[in-house]
Design a protein around this ligand. Structure first.
Ligand code: DQA
Length: 143
């Protein structure tokens, strides 16, 4: 089983940006920990990070025939990108939206997700474990 993990804008700045919210892990640390966990579940993972809405949309379109499912942290695009929402709803793969921080406990503008409604679900606020639980979801789906 192969899963695509998409990290949206500014997640390349993890470890430097707002550490009190996002923690000390760099994106490389995060990906390494996800990878180690995926190995224990015999799940293959590919990682993609982009700050560009258009690149994320192209990647979503291209994922349909390659991956079993998709885990996406759309980052700030969560809160306003109808284009990413439409890209997600145009593919039939199972998909989960994840967030490191609890978007429902932060500023009001973060409480609205344009993308969650077209995903199977949303996992928010568990840091690295948001991604780990998302991997478990696919593991359970496959059983
Ligand atoms: C985030 C939450 C978003 O509101 C924010 O814009 C991000 C990261 C998270 O993982 O907690 O960049 O998606």
């Amino acid at each position: 089983m192969k899963i695509l993990i998409i990290h949206g804008p500014n997640l390349n700045m993890l470890g430097l940006r707002e550490k009190s919210i996002y923690g000390e892990n760099t994106l490389e640390d995060l990906n390494r920990k996800i990878q180690l966990y995926a190995d224990t579940l015999s799940i293959e993972v590919d990682f993609f990070q982009s700050n560009s809405e258009s690149d994320i949309i192209e990647k979503i379109h291209a994922s349909e025939n390659i991956y079993y499912g998709l885990i996406i942290n759309p980052a700030a695009y969560t809160h306003y990108s109808i284009a990413i929402r439409d890209a997600l709803s145009s593919i039939s793969l199972p998909k989960l939206e994840v967030h490191l921080s609890n978007i429902h406990a932060r500023e009001d503008f973060r409480k609205k997700s344009f993308t969650a409604a077209v995903c199977d679900g949303q996992i928010s606020g568990l840091g690295l474990n948001s991604y780990i639980l998302a991997l478990h979801y696919f593991h359970l789906l496959k059983k």
